[in-house]
Design a protein around this ligand. Structure first.
Ligand SMILES: *Cc1c(COP(=O)(O)O)cnc(C)c1O
Length: 473
């Protein structure tokens, strides 16, 4: 299996070459040359598999430059009950016949990003050791991504994480999750500014090519191909848990932001998993809902991007969306390149009247959005009706799922975070303080380890250089 770019300008490369990279050299995203198709016999065999076995079956289709025994060991060490709370890893809960929630939030940061990020940490450590390399991950976070990355990379050999966050702007729970990590390879930098300042610093530092090369600066963003593949595994898990035969079809509803999660569903379907429909749910930031309803993709400006009570879906553009458009364009890099050039120029593109628009309905996507009031109502009703508390993002998914239910097709809503992470809104909706999992009861009072930094790329560079000059802790 080799990888090419969505914009057609990258020589085909093996998996380990693209694992540690961000964008392809031509600005596009890495994609497999072709999607592997699972045979009916392979799919039949997968029905009886445990989560780590499923993960190995899927990942080994995409990764052929890590020996099978090593890949299997990495997968087995990632998907354990100790890390994900149960041998099921991603348990399926029935709300009522035909309506399910797939629990993806039982990892260390209580959100679905752990499902892929935990594997990434082990993959990075393995490949860096094999190639005798080091990596300094530099990132900016306003909450979820940063903590998932830190919990994946903590204690990993050859990796340091420098995570910038806006000082005092994250929730006390999120702050505590990140800042309580005492691992010497994790550096929390609380920047005296807003999230955009943090992002600008990351851009400035990574934009200094000499510094980037000398200090081996890398990232773990949502476009990382290994993350996407690792996410496709739980679609298989959910499918087998909700059905009794591979002749059945299901639908998945996915709370979406950067299109990474739902693209993993598209990938699973492209491999042959019988998914009838992918229901894309947005919050008030409905760039993607609009695209699937109108064929127009219009990115939003910063001032048009709303801060909502499902903050991990507050996006102005969807970074993984380009992968889907590549498929829509019949995998023609030139078309994608032209579309993204018009996006840079005009802030939008319109597929109406093009062959891509004619191909869109065959992809099996539908979309919808939800508001704060919808979230409150969904959280309240779900609690009253089924006795289950769901978080604000999952509520967006469930709200839209109910608009597209088909009695003959099981609907599986992906739970992307636990309600304990969004206490305030859950209390607003139900009057109930969501229970915290064991170990999180008093997280805010743990000792914190962080440095306050000014909004200065120069100071951040100096800090990174100083830490790298010290030996590993
Ligand atoms: C990241 C995130 C999402 C959005 O997922 P994408 O892959 O960016 O579409 C939804 N919910 C939660 C809780 C998240 O952390």
């Amino acid at each position: 299996m080799r990888y090419i770019s969505t914009r057609g300008g990258m020589p085909a490369a093996p998996f380990c070459n693209i694992l540690l990279e961000g964008l392809a050299p031509d600005g596009g995203l890495a994609m497999p040359e072709a999607y592997p198709r699972l045979t009916p016999a392979e799919l039949a065999a997968m029905r009886g598999m445990s989560y780590p076995q499923l993960a190995f079956a899927v990942l080994s289709k995409f990764i052929d430059d890590i020996p099978a025994g090593d890949l299997k060991a990495l997968v087995d060490k990632t998907y354990t009950p100790a890390v994900f709370g149960s041998p099921d890893i991603a348990p399926l809960t029935m709300l009522e016949p035909g309506l399910y929630i797939l629990g993806l939030s039982n990892g260390p940061t209580l959100a679905f990003k752990d499902m892929a990020m935990q594997l990434l940490g082990n993959l990075f450590e393995y490949v860096l050791a094999r190639e005798n390399r080091e990596l300094n991950i530099l990132g900016a976070t306003s909450g979820d991504t940063g903590s998932a990355a830190e919990y994946a990379m903590r204690g990993k050999k050859g990796v340091r994480v420098f995570m910038l966050s806006p000082q005092g702007k994250m929730s006390p729970f999120q702050t505590a999750q990140m800042f309580s990590l005492q691992d010497p390879n994790i550096y929390n930098l609380a920047v005296d500014g807003v999230f955009d300042d943090c992002q600008d610093i990351v851009k400035a530092v990574s934009g200094d090519a000499a510094f980037k090369a000398r200090y081996k600066i890398g990232a773990v963003n949502s476009i990382n191909w290994a993350r996407v593949v690792a996410q496709s595994v739980y679609y298989f898990k959910g499918y087998f848990a909700a059905t009794t035969s591979n002749d059945q079809q299901v639908a998945f509803a996915v709370p979406s932001g950067n299109f990474g999660n739902i693209y993993a569903g598209h990938l699973a379907r492209s491999m042959g998993l019988p998914i009838k429909q992918l229901v894309l749910a947005t919050n008030e930031n409905n760039v993607l809902e609009e695209f699937f309803k109108t064929g127009v993709y219009r990115v939003r400006k910063a001032h048009e991007t709303r801060h909502t009570s499902s903050p991990s879906m507050d996006i102005s553009k969807a970074s993984n969306f380009e992968r889907f458009v590549f498929d829509l364009a019949g995998r023609d890099g030139a078309t994608v390149k032209a579309l993204w050039a018009s996006l840079d120029r005009d802030g939008a593109f319109d597929l109406n009247g093009t062959p891509l628009m004619r191909a869109l309905p065959q992809q099996g996507f539908v979309s919808g959005s939800s508001t704060h009031a919808d979230r409150l109502a969904t959280i309240r009703t779900t609690h009253q009706r089924y006795g289950k508390l769901i978080d604000t993002h999952t509520a967006d998914g469930l709200k839209v799922a109910l608009e597209y239910r088909d009695a003959a097709v099981p609907m599986i809503v992906l739970e992307t975070a636990l309600p304990a992470k969004f206490e305030e809104t859950i209390i607003e909706a139900t009057g109930i303080k969501p229970p915290r999992p064991a170990g999180f009861e008093d997280i805010e009072s743990l000792p914190k380890r962080f440095e306050v930094m000014p909004v200065s790329p120069g100071k951040i560079k100096a800090y990174i250089a100083f830490q790298c000059a010290n030996k590993w802790g």
